[in-house]
Design a protein around this ligand. Structure first.
Ligand code: ADP
Length: 271
């Protein structure tokens, strides 16, 4: 009788195993598809700059080259090579971060300075797209304990995305406020926006809302890097959007440095 009683349980556990295995297999297949898409995108992204690089080199090789043409050729080479360097750096970063090999060089940093640094990096992209930039900083300095270079990378990534995913002549807003014991940085654009079902997923590795080789995008690495770096700083990041065509807001919350936070006046209205 004991064996009979155990039987149903046995069947159930076999059934559960099968469902779990099916789910695991489906997850593996989805991961495989993402990897394939990623490799295709990677190949295109690395291939794309090569044609302009070749024509830049051909320009430079012209006999009797005049100075303006030489300058134009050098500008093309500079831009395209920087783009490739950024891609490869991101790839290396993602691989190092996922192996926990990115040490933070922490110090007490003023976030306004970090934001100015990020803006310096992103200004060419914002200007090239003819976007207006609105910068809103609080009157008092806000301090965090963190890696100045990595934090600037976080905000430069968000600003570059805002520049890329907003049609020409948009407005990009960068703001910093203190809310309670947190510093809150928002990067807001009035561009493409993000569909609701993708808001939680855009931070996953290799995820792009509309992957396409023609798209002026990257590799789906940037936001994964952003989330990793923000979490390494004890913070969090989220994306909000009222949907396609209605712009996006990326909100980064970082813990204010302990001593420095105490010196702040109590927030009037922490939302
Ligand atoms: P990449 O930009 O290289 O594709 P990211 O990880 O930076 O990779 O972004 C992932 C995806 O999230 C992008 O492909 C894009 O579809 C979407 N996205 C990111 N930032 C924005 C933004 N500001 N507005 C609209 N979509 C965005």
């Amino acid at each position: 009788a004991g064996a009979l009683l155990e039987d149903p349980g046995l069947h159930i556990s076999v059934a559960v195993d099968l469902t779990e295995r099916k789910q695991a297999e489906e997850a593996l297949r989805a991961a495989d598809r993402r990897k394939d898409e990623f490799l295709a995108t990677l190949a295109h992204e690395l291939r794309n700059p090569l044609a302009p690089i070749r024509s830049g080199l051909e320009l430079l090789a012209q006999p009797g080259l005049d100075a303006p043409t030489a300058a134009r050729a050098r500008a093309i080479l500079e831009r395209q090579v920087s783009h490739m360097v950024r891609l490869v750096d991101d790839l290396l970063d993602v691989s190092r971060i996922s192996h926990g090999q990115v040490p933070l060089r922490r110090s007490r940093v003023a976030l306004a300075g970090v934001l100015h640094g990020a803006l310096e990096t992103s200004r060419p992209a914002l200007e090239a797209a003819g976007h207006a930039l609105v910068l809103e900083l609080p009157p008092q300095p806000l301090w965090v304990d963190g890696d100045e270079v990595r934090l600037a990378q976080v905000f430069a990534n968000l600003l570059n995305n805002a520049a890329r995913y907003t049609p020409r002549g948009g407005t990009v807003r960068l703001s910093l406020v203190a809310e309670g014991r947190q510093a809150v940085v928002r990067v807001q654009d009035d561009g493409e926006g993000i569909p609701g079902h993708m808001l939680g997923r855009v931070f996953d590795l290799f995820v792009q809302v509309e992957p396409s080789p023609q798209r002026q995008g990257g590799l789906g690495l940037g936001l994964a890097l952003v989330r990793n770096l923000v979490q390494m700083h004890g913070g969090e990041v989220r994306a909000d959007s009222a949907g396609p065509g209605h712009g996006s807001v990326f909100t980064v919350r970082l813990p204010l440095a302990p001593g420095a936070a105490a010196a702040l006046p109590a927030p009037a209205a922490a939302s």
